[in-house]
Design a protein around this ligand. Structure first.
Ligand SMILES: [Zn+2]
Length: 219
């Protein structure tokens, strides 16, 4: 009897393990569908704020929101190396002169409230040997902006990416931002601007360079 019982238990145990192994194997082959899960999450939000997700105006809202996040947060699927690949050039440029790219519009999303903040980024660097194609700098700004962000970190990440990939003599990044979470919620100061800066290399030690940057960028 006890022998039977033991065999029975072993049999179950084995079957159980097979089931788990099977489930793991299936999970590996199943394509995860993040969009469907975001849609489900939005449906839950709608329900829990007291809405009816089945009412006509809201029927496609989960789908729209998932699509919107896909676009606004596409930066998670990008990296700087791929982005600037083949767009770096060795150029003879005046020793110690800066290259300024000003007034880059960006749209980001604050990580505390998942509400947008928008504004302009201004970037300059002093090349050592390498320069990067002009269009790549706004794309680097966009890549970091299209993630859940804090303006302070966004500013630093742009500066660090340029420092790492171009090895310039100096980098400066100034970001202006208007945060809808501040405008919509308690603060209610519309048009409030937040300005953040990040300096690397010569911009840290030479205030005259910083002044020249501000003059050239017109900010
Ligand atoms: Zn916020």
């Amino acid at each position: 009897m006890s022998n039977d019982g033991k065999q029975h238990t072993n049999g179950n145990g084995h079957r159980h393990l097979h089931e788990i192994a099977g489930r793991i194997a299936t999970a590996e082959f199943e394509t995860p569908d993040p969009k469907a899960e975001i849609e489900e999450a939005v449906r839950l939000i709608l329900l829990n704020v007291g809405e009816d997700p089945q009412r006509e105006g809201l029927l496609r809202t989960p789908h729209r929101v998932a699509k919107m996040y896909d676009e606004l947060l596409e930066g998670y699927h990008q990296d700087v190396a791929t982005l600037i690949n083949n767009a770096m050039f060795e150029v003879e440029y005046g020793a110690g002169e800066m290259i300024v790219v000003a007034n880059i519009d960006y749209t980001s999303m604050c990580e505390h409230h998942m509400l947008p903040f928008t504004g302009k980024a201004h970037v300059a660097y002093i090349p050592r040997e390498k320069v990067v194609g002009l269009s790549k700098i706004p794309r680097i700004v966009d890549m970091f902006a299209r993630r859940l962000q804090m303006q302070e970190r966004l500013t630093n990440e742009i500066a660090d990416a340029l420092q790492e990939h171009l090895d310039p003599l100096g980098v400066i990044v100034v970001v202006e931002g208007q945060h809808s979470c501040a405008a919509l919620r308690g603060v209610k100061k519309h048009g409030l601007d937040m300005i953040t800066t990040a300096k690397r290399g010569q911009f840290r030690t030479d205030p005259a360079l910083v002044q020249e940057f501000y003059r050239l960028a017109g900010i």
